[in-house]
Ligand binder design. Structure first.
Ligand code: AHM
Ligand code: MG
Length: 335
């Protein structure tokens, strides 16, 4: 008779979230669970469109510029619309901050949560088929549920969940609700995210650095010195120097860093006084994931990223994150 080796008891994202809630918050209302379900719909829908883009030639300049000044591609607009519609219809989101929207959006009706997102980060890479991703951070609203900027201008430590979905050869979702990091892979046939990396931990150290070295002319001396030293033969690496790896798509660079270890940075410099990456929907979610995976995330002064209090929804910060051992090494150079 025919025999096949089939796993018949897989853990889907929906099952994982329900089981987590039963285990840790049996009296919870289930609103966050519903919100996470709306989120996963947005990820699947965006993944589908990115895949389709090559076929139907969606790629191209849409003619509108987003608030941070870069040229918006059609997929950015589509990703943003998909995200806004999914959050609006979930009924559990009151406030939405998107990289593509200058102002925050306050939805009418209920919802106890605020979501901050970059719907398609790294979109300048799409034409070359490089992986891009959706980054998100979630806050529970403050006591009055009117929904205002106060709900998102908060420290990263106050987030209840954060993560990203990377759209590559497969779609990978990495998520934390403050109890470690779980990794899921989208099975497009089933239409489900399947738990593939339970309780992911980042290696303590690894000889890989990831930074746009084209900006090094503008770096402060201690940053230059740190990177120069990484290029010298390392005793800890059997006499080899560090390897450089930079994709230029944050989600892809962070995904590799989480899995293999190393350090990723977008430093502040004399031109980009606060770096390039946005606090609410780029730095905070990645910092929470890193910490929950056993790594660390700091700014150029060595201060913890999650302790920053943003003053505006699109504020930026220099950022260094990755393996604990690598962050500690960088810290030794900070004057
Ligand atoms: P975007 O939000 O406009 O896509 O820009 C963010 C991206 C990140 O994904 C990436 O880490 C960074 O910009 C790369 O910047 P650079 O090209 O300056 O190295
Ligand atoms: Mg972006």
């Amino acid at each position: 008779s025919e025999q096949m080796k089939v796993e018949t008891d897989i853990i889907t994202l929906s099952r994982f979230i329900l089981e987590e809630q039963q285990k840790h918050a049996p009296k919870a209302t289930g609103e966050l669970t519903l919100l996470l379900n709306s989120l996963q719909f947005a990820f699947k829908f965006i993944a589908h469109n990115i895949r389709r883009a090559e076929l139907v030639n969606l790629i191209g300049i849409s003619g509108t510029a987003n608030v941070t000044g870069d040229v918006q591609k059609k997929l950015d607009v589509i990703g943003d619309e998909i995200f806004i519609n999914a959050m609006k219809s979930s009924g559990n989101v009151k406030v939405l901050v998107s990289e593509e929207q200058e102002d925050l959006i306050v939805f009418e009706g209920g919802g106890r949560y605020a979501v901050c997102t970059d719907p398609i980060d790294g979109s300048s890479n799409i034409d070359a088929g490089v992986s891009v991703g959706t980054i998100f951070g979630i806050y529970r609203l403050k006591d009055d549920l009117t929904g205002s900027i106060r709900d998102v201008l908060r420290k990263g430590t106050e987030m209840v969940a954060a993560g990203y979905t990377m759209y590559g050869a497969s779609a990978h979702l990495m998520i934390t609700t403050g109890r470690g990091v779980s990794g899921f892979t989208l099975d497009t046939q089933l239409g489900e995210f399947i738990l593939t990396l339970p309780n992911l931990k980042i290696p303590h150290s690894r000889g890989i650095y990831s930074v746009n070295e084209g900006n090094s002319h503008y770096w402060p001396e201690y940053t230059k010195k740190y990177i120069e030293d990484l290029k010298k033969p390392q005793e800890s690496l059997g006499g080899k120097p560090y390897s450089a790896r930079y994709i230029g798509s944050m989600v892809a660079d962070i995904h590799r860093t989480l899995l293999y270890g190393g350090i990723f940075a977008y430093p502040a410099d004399s031109k980009l006084k606060n770096g390039k990456l946005r606090i609410l929907y780029e730095c905070f979610p990645m910092a929470m994931l890193m910490e929950q995976a056993g790594g660390a995330a700091i700014n150029d002064k060595g201060e913890r990223i999650l302790d920053i209090l943003p003053k505006g929804i699109h504020d930026k910060s220099g950022i260094w994150l990755g393996s604990k051992g690598e962050i500690d090494r960088y810290k030794e150079y900070i004057p």
